[in-house]
Design a protein around this ligand. Structure first.
Ligand code: SF4
Length: 170
C-alpha cells in the first residue's frame, strides 16, 4: 500500500480516541483546536521518555495522523505508550488499539505495550478480535467532531485536573 492515509476516515488522531473515553466535551474542544495550558501528565511524560529505561529506542514516532511514544523493532513491531497512572486505563487502551488498527490498514502488524513506569507495570495489547470496538470509537469521535457546539459537560472527578475546567465550570 502506497497511500499514507489508507482510508478517509483514518484522519483522526490518537489523542482524540483517548479523549472520547475521558470526556466527550474535552474531545470536542481539543478537536476544534481550542488548547489550554498543557496538562501535567504530558509534562511528566516528557520526563519519563528521556529516562534511561527508554534509552536507545526510536522515540516520538509520527506515522500519518498518529504519534507514538516509542517503537521497538523485533519479530513483531512493538508500539509503546508511556502513561503516568491507570486512572484513564480504558482511554490508554483504546488509543493503543487505534494505533494498531491504523498500522494494520497500512499493512503493518504490531502489538502495543502500555508502560506505567511509576507503577513499574506494563500491559500488552493486541488488536485480535477488537477491530469492531475501534471502528465504533472512530464513528463516535467523528459524530462528536461534527457537532457545532460542545456536548454538555458532566462534572466528574476528572474535571479537577482538566485543562478545560474554566471553560466548563467557571
Ligand atoms: S472540565 Fe470536565 S466536563 Fe469539562 S472538558 Fe474537562 S473533563 Fe470534560
Amino acid at each position: 500500500m502506497t497511500d499514507t492515509y489508507p482510508e478517509t476516515h483514518l484522519i483522526i488522531r490518537g489523542t482524540e480516541i483517548n479523549y472520547l473515553f475521558i470526556c466527550p466535551t474535552k474531545l470536542w474542544y481539543f478537536a476544534k483546536g481550542i488548547t489550554m495550558e498543557q496538562e501535567s501528565e504530558y509534562v511528566d511524560l516528557g520526563k519519563f521518555l528521556h529516562e534511561k529505561s527508554y534509552f536507545g529506542e526510536e522515540k516520538d514516532v509520527k506515522i500519518g495522523m498518529i504519534s507514538i511514544d516509542f517503537i521497538k523493532k523485533g519479530d513483531i513491531i512493538e508500539v509503546h505508550e508511556v502513561k503516568k497512572g491507570k486512572s484513564m486505563e480504558k482511554a490508554h487502551e483504546m488509543q493503543a488499539l487505534y494505533y494498531l488498527y491504523y498500522l494494520k490498514k497500512l499493512g503493518i502488524n504490531a502489538k502495543a505495550i502500555l508502560n506505567y513506569p511509576k507503577l513499574r507495570e506494563t500491559k500488552e495489547i493486541t488488536l485480535e478480535g477488537r477491530e469492531k470496538e475501534v471502528e465504533k470509537a472512530i464513528g463516535e469521535v467523528e459524530q462528536i467532531k461534527s457537532l457545532s457546539v460542545p456536548p454538555k459537560p458532566v462534572k466528574t472527578k476528572k474535571c479537577k485536573k482538566c485543562a478545560y475546567y474554566e471553560l466548563c465550570w467557571v
